[in-house]
Design a protein around this ligand. Structure first.
Ligand code: NAD
Ligand code: UGA
Length: 367
C-alpha cells in the first residue's frame, strides 16, 4: 500500500494536461536526465530500473538519490517481469512510456551476448505486450541507436539510409527493436517513436564510454588506447550533448500520436516514426582527447592502435532535418562546451585523484 502510494504520487502530473510517463532505465544516464526534465515541467514520472552491474551500480544509486530529491520514484525491477509491468499499468494510467532501459555498449556484446537479447529484444517485446493490453494504451518513445547505420558510408546519415550492415550484436538488437516496433504499430495500433541517439555524453554519464574513462585515465596518469580505422584514418563520432538529447526526447514525446488500438488496417492509425538525434558535426577521437587534455591541464599517455576496435564503426554523422521539422530539434552544444561541463561534474563527483567510489571503498579510503 505504501509502495502503491509512492507509485501514484510520483506519476501524477502537476500541470493541466500533463503527461504521466513511465521512464524505463530511469537510473541510467539518459533516463535520469529525462526524468528530471519531465518532472520539472510538471509531468508525472515513474522510473523503472533493474540497477544491474554492467557499470558501477553506485553511480545509478547516486542518480536515484538525486531523482528522489525531486519526488521521482524508481521501481526496482526488470523489463522481463511481466506481472510487475502489468501491475504498474493497473495502478497508473500512463499516457506515455519513455523506454530507455537497454543493455548499452558496443564491445561488451562480445563478452555477454545474451544480456543484449534479454534486455533489448525480449525485454522490449515484454514491455510492448503489456502496453498493448493497457487501457489507455500509452504512446511509446524509445531509444534506438546510431549504430543501426553500421558500416554504411553515406555521409551524413538520414533516416531512410540503409541499416542492413550492423557491426555489432548491440547494433543488431537495436535494429531488431525497430523491426519489432513496426509490427506492434502495424498490428496493434501502438504509437511508437524511435530515437537514434549518437554517442551521448555529459554529466552523470556512463563510465564505460570513452570520453568518461579517458578523463579518469588521464587524471590517473594511465595510458589510453586510441583505435584507427581499417585504412588508418581517425575514427570519428557525432558526439551529442545530453541536454540536446533531453530536448529531443521531450519534443518527441510532445508530438507523439495517440495509440489507436486498431492497427495499420484503420485509416489514420498511428504511424511508426524514427528520428536521428545527433549533433551534426563529427569529431575525430584524437580531437576529443586534446580537448580533454586542455580541460584537465594534463597530457594523455596515448597508445595508438593501428586497427579498429571489434564492433566499432569508422564514423557517425547525423542529419537531423526530420527531427527539426517535426519537433524543432536543434543541437546547440559543441564538444568543447559540453566536455567542460562533464569535466566539472566529474571532478566534483569523484575528486581530482579520481578513483571510482568502488575502488576507493575497496582500498578502504574515504572520500
Ligand atoms: P545506461 O546504461 O546508463 O541506462 C540504461 C539503464 O537501463 C541502466 O540504468 C540499467 O540498469 C537499466 N536496465 C538495463 N536493462 C534493464 C532491464 N532488463 N530491466 C530494467 N532496467 C534495465 O545507458 P544510457 O546511455 O542512458 O542509454 C539509454 C538508452 O539509449 C539505451 O537504450 C541505449 O542503448 C541508448 N543509446 C545510448 C547512447 C549513448 O551514447 N549513451 C547512444 C545511442 C543509444
Ligand atoms: C556509444 C554508446 O556506447 C552506445 O551505447 C551507443 O549506442 C552508441 O554510442 C551510438 O551512438 O549508437 P560508441 O560511439 O562506440 O558507442 O562510444 P564509445 O565506446 O565511447 O567510443 C567512442 C569512440 O572512442 C569510438 O570511436 C571508439 O573507437 C573510440 N575508443 C573507444 C577508443 O579510441 N579507445 C577506447 O579505448 C575506446
Amino acid at each position: 500500500a505504501a509502495w502503491e502510494k509512492q507509485v501514484r504520487l510520483s506519476s501524477t502530473p502537476r500541470r493541466t494536461n500533463g503527461f504521466s510517463v513511465l521512464v524505463t532505465g530511469a537510473a541510467g544516464f539518459v533516463g535520469s536526465h529525462c526524468s528530471l526534465a519531465l518532472k520539472k515541467r510538471g509531468d508525472g514520472v515513474l522510473g523503472l530500473d533493474n540497477f544491474n552491474n554492467y557499470y558501477d551500480p553506485s553511480l545509478k544509486r547516486a542518480r536515484q538519490n538525486l531523482l528522489s530529491k525531486h519526488q521521482v520514484f524508481i521501481v526496482e525491477g526488470d523489463l522481463n517481469d511481466g506481472p510487475l509491468l502489468t501491475k504498474l499499468f493497473d495502478v497508473v494510467p500512463f499516457t506515455h512510456v519513455l523506454h530507455l532501459a537497454a543493455q548499452a555498449g558496443v564491445r561488451y556484446a562480445m563478452q555477454n551476448p545474451q544480456s543484449y537479447i534479454s534486455s533489448n529484444i525480449a525485454g522490449f517485446v515484454n514491455l510492448l505486450e503489456v502496453a498493448k493490453a493497457a487501457n489507455p494504451q500509452p504512446s511509446i518513445v524509445w531509444a534506438s541507436s546510431s549504430s543501426v547505420y553500421g558500416l554504411n558510408t553515406e555521409n551524413p546519415f538520414s533516416e531512410r539510409d540503409r541499416t542492413d550492415q550492423p557491426a555489432s550484436l548491440y547494433a543488431a538488437t537495436k535494429k531488431a527493436g525497430e523491426e519489432i516496433a513496426h509490427t506492434y504499430n502495424h498490428i496493434y495500433g501502438l504509437s511508437l517513436t524511435g530515437l537514434r541517439f549518437f554517442t551521448v555524453y555529459g554529466p552523470w554519464g556512463r563510465p564505460d564510454m570513452a570520453y568518461f574513462f579517458f578523463t579518469k585515465d588521464i587524471l590517473q596518469g594511465k595510458s589510453i588506447d586510441i583505435y584507427k580505422t581499417h585504412d588508418q584514418k581517425e575514427v570519428a563520432r557525432d558526439f551529442t550533448y545530453i541536454d540536446d538529447v533531453v530536448k529531443g526526447c521531450l519534443g518527441a514525446l510532445n508530438t507523439a500520436e495517440k495509440s489507436t488500438g486498431s492497427g495499420g488496417k484503420k485509416k489514420g492509425a498511428a504511424q511508426l516514426r524514427v528520428y536521428n538525434l545527433g549533433n551534426t558535426s563529427p569529431v575525430p577521437v584524437g580531437r576529443l582527447v586534446s580537448i580533454l587534455e586542455g580541460l584537465l591541464s594534463k597530457k594523455a599517455k596515448k597508445h595508438v592502435i593501428t586497427m579498429p576496435r571489434n564492433g566499432d564503426v569508422p564514423f557517425t554523422h547525423a542529419n537531423v532535418t526530420l527531427a527539426f521539422k517535426d519537433f524543432g530539434y536543434k543541437p546547440t552544444t559543441d564538444l568543447s562546451t559540453g566536455l567542460r561541463k562533464f569535466v566539472k561534474w566529474y571532478i566534483s563527483f569523484y575528486g581530482i585523484q579520481s578513483k571510482t567510489r568502488k575502488e576507493s571503498q575497496a582500498t578502504g579510503e574515504s572520500g
